[in-house]
Design a protein around this ligand. Structure first.
Ligand code: IPM
Ligand code: MN
Length: 355
């Protein structure tokens, strides 16, 4: 972002990804018009179809080209004819790692009118944020096989934690908790009772950094207990900071509490000056719904709101968030695909109208 310019690379991706990305773009364009943001958009056709045609997920020079943008908006990846891991590693994790997007920010907010599976809980109870470390842990791809395919086979997959890696994430989470200015409570979620090396490093770093934030109340949950508390007392949480793998798992649980994959969005953020961040709806490519225009674009539109917020356009972001909540609260029948009472495009139009 410089002045009022915002350059966004749009990767619609696979399945229903392009359909929801198109609605997010529609809302971005509309709010940019109203807020005098000079929005520049460019589409990229990366995903399963291109991989099947060319044999490569990202062509030579793709990352250098994407680096020229302020942010990337991703629809979804996942193609029924591509083996698991190829697109995830080649596109999603590649961008997270190569752009050093070390924060995976996942707001867990139950919007008005949205159903949660939790009995007797409403929007005032489900409103917290998970800050997931996004570049280390079991995701770093370290490991290997020994005697593969024999009865003596050994497989190793190594979790890597560095002081620098956990400290920058924990520090960002403290700053974010302060800026959010709600309960001012930061909960570290880990498993120090079993992962006595890696999570001991997280624990010690958390304690060290906490000393510089006396205004923030600190708290600790083992990850298994966190799953229990999140269902029983979600209102307790304000901000959670956690490791990559645990963050992956608990944010699916959190996602269903906020109304499911049609609603949940995430930001893969490189907070450093000039860092390129990527925003995505958490739902998958839903191949069986492709082209039916029944998939919920609210998550993708929320991802666009996060993109605005973290690119320096906080007022525009707040307008989009407010419009989303007006639409979920007063228009949509359900957040489930095919049950919204509107098509994918109509939901996008409703958000634009509510801006
Ligand atoms: C997510 C997804 C990814 C992850 C997959 C698709 C590699 O589940 O963003 O949570 O595990 O991080
Ligand atoms: Mn996940």
């Amino acid at each position: 972002m410089s002045n009022n310019k915002l350059k966004v690379a749009v990767i619609g991706g696979d399945g229903t990804g392009p359909e929801v990305a198109a609605e997010a773009v529609k809302v971005l364009r509309a709010v940019a018009g109203g807020e005098q943001i000079a929005l520049e958009l460019k589409d990229f056709d990366y995903g399963g179809d291109r991989y099947l045609q060319t044999g490569e997920v990202l062509p030579e020079g793709a990352l250098d080209e994407l680096r020229q943008f302020d942010a990337v908006l991703l629809g979804a990846i996942g193609h029924p004819d591509v083996p698991p891991g190829v697109l995830e590693r080649g596109l999603l994790l590649e961008m997270r790692f190569r752009f050093d997007q070390y924060i995976n920010l996942r707001p867990v907010k139950l919007f008005p009118g949205v159903e949660t599976p939790l009995k007797d809980k409403g929007p005032k109870d489900i409103d917290f944020v998970v800050v997931r470390e996004n570049t280390e842990d079991l995701y770093c791809g370290m490991g290997g096989f020994l005697k593969k395919g024999t009865p003596d086979e050994v497989a190793m997959q190594t979790a890597v934690y560095t002081r620098k890696g956990c400290e920058r994430c924990i520090r960002w989470a403290f700053d974010y908790t302060r800026k959010r200015n709600r309960k001012k409570r930061l909960t570290l979620v880990a498993k120090t009772n079993v992962l006595t090396f890696g999570h001991d490093l997280w624990w010690r770093t958390f304690q060290d950094v906490a000393r510089q934030y006396p205004d923030i109340q600190t708290d600790y949950n083992h990850v298994d207990a966190c799953c229990m508390w999140m269902v029983k007392n979600p209102e307790f949480y304000d901000v959670i900071v956690t490791t990559n793998m645990f963050g992956d798992i608990i944010t699916d649980l959190a996602g269903i509490l906020q109304g499911g994959m049609g609603v949940a969005a995430g930001g893969n953020i490189n907070p450093e000056p000039g860092g390129v961040s990527m925003y995505e709806p958490m739902g998958g490519s839903a191949p069986k719904y492709t082209g039916k225009h029944v998939i919920n674009p609210i998550a993708a539109i929320s991802a666009a709101a996060m993109l605005l917020e973290h690119s320096g356009f906080e007022k525009a972001a707040a307008r989009v968030m407010k419009a989303i909540q007006a639409v979920t609260g007063t228009k949509m029948k359900s957040q489930a695909a095919g049950k919204m009472g509107y098509s994918t495009q109509e939901v996008g139009d409703l958000v634009v109208a509510a801006l």
